[in-house]
Design a protein around this ligand. Structure first.
Ligand code: SF4
Length: 367
């Protein structure tokens, strides 16, 4: 149970300032997270959401996750998806199989391919250049957005291809990379990263990768995986790092908090609950006054909690996905067809608007 603390008027003042468009300090974010009632947080976060996204509508994108390989040497303790190189069950999807998956997405009107995978020592930059060229050639004249490669992947491709990160991203963009997912952020403090993913990029490397991408005109999302060994101090530090970089570059389109899924992972433990999710969504919305959109993680929370979270600062329901292999490996198996996703949005009292990866409405697809 949450500790009940004495509070003075400063938290009320901070929450109403945030609702009116003012900025919270890190200390005020922490105080909001630890001391504010859930409904107070909802009221203030919803005011921020309505200022940034005034329409009583929730956006979503029709897309597909494609996990091109599960081979990964990094062995993050929170991950149930990877297979170490040379072990049974490891795969690399043939390019033709990836094209077929995208074809299926295009057939149902999808536009966004979320392409992510493990850090596979056998896949250097030429493999990705070949894949991206093949996608763009096969779907020429159609809207197929390659939302591909989180910072850990991009950094590793650069390393094993003996290129700088800037050269790597520039070459990938030239062959078809449109935007990047902000995965692998976990919690951007080295204390947490050392414990849960000791061989992965550091917090500074994740931020630097996003800085380079934004500098090249590649827009990205940002995520936060909370609920493992992190404290609220860690989460607030994470939010401040995202906010600082956004002040510098303006390159983040959206922020996506989601909770650690423990099944089958080395870390194990319990799953963070709905209340923690709602509190985390609201504090994120209050802290990130410069990030335009906040995306639901219905795949980890389930559609009911995602619906409730629309009153806590979210304005986007994310992707229809069609296929999900990463958190489902850790015991989380929610999926939703397009019609059901739209129904969930409307049942929560909002209009449903289909968008592209850059959050622009898809003409003719308004529900
Ligand atoms: S989270 Fe990513 S980098 Fe870490 S083990 Fe899983 S696939 Fe590899």
């Amino acid at each position: 149970m949450r500790e009940v603390r004495q509070r003075d008027g400063s938290l009320d003042e901070a929450l109403s300032r945030a609702a009116d468009g003012g900025r919270l300090t890190a200390g005020e974010c922490l105080s909001a997270a630890q001391d504010a009632d859930l409904l107070e947080l909802a009221t203030a976060a919803d005011a921020v959401r309505r200022r940034l996204n005034p329409a009583r509508a929730v956006t979503y994108v029709v897309g597909r996750n494609v996990n091109y390989t599960n081979v990964c040497w990094v062995r993050c303790k929170f991950c149930a998806f990877y297979r170490v190189p040379g072990s049974d069950g490891g795969y690399v999807l043939p390019i033709e199989a990836i094209l077929q998956k995208i074809e299926e997405m295009v057939e149902v009107g999808g536009t966004e391919v979320l392409l992510q995978g493990g850090l596979n020592p056998s896949l250097k930059i030429d493999w990705f250049e070949g894949l991206f060229r093949a996608v763009k050639q096969r779907f020429a004249g159609k809207t197929v957005t390659l939302h591909a490669l989180s910072p850990a992947e991009a950094i590793y491709i650069a390393r094993i291809s003996r290129l700088t990160l800037s050269e790597t991203l520039d070459r990938l963009r030239a062959t078809g990379l449109d935007s990047m997912p902000g995965g692998g952020a976990e919690i951007l403090t080295d204390r947490v990263r050392r414990e849960i993913s000791p061989y992965k990029d550091t917090a500074d490397e994740w931020i630097d990768c996003m800085r380079v991408a934004h500098g090249l005109g590649i827009r990205t999302t940002a995520t936060m995986m909370y609920g493992s060994i992190d404290t609220w101090e860690d989460r607030v530090e994470h939010l401040m790092r995202i906010r600082d970089l956004q002040d510098e570059t303006g390159g983040f389109t959206a922020f996506i908090p989601w909770s650690f899924q423990p099944d089958g992972t080395e870390l194990g433990g319990s799953r963070a609950g709905a209340t923690d999710y709602l509190r985390t969504v609201a504090v994120s919305r209050l802290a990130l006054d410069n990030v335009p959109h906040m995306q639901a993680s219905w795949v980890t929370q389930g559609p009911r909690v995602a619906q409730i979270a629309l009153g806590y600062g979210l304005d986007d329901f994310g992707s229809t996905m069609m296929e999900e292999n990463v958190v489902s490996a850790a015991g989380c198996r929610f999926t939703m067809p397009i019609e059901e996703l739209e129904r969930q949005i409307r049942a929560a009292g909002y209009g449903a608007i289909r968008r592209d990866t850059q959050y622009k409405p898809v003409p003719g697809a308004e529900a």
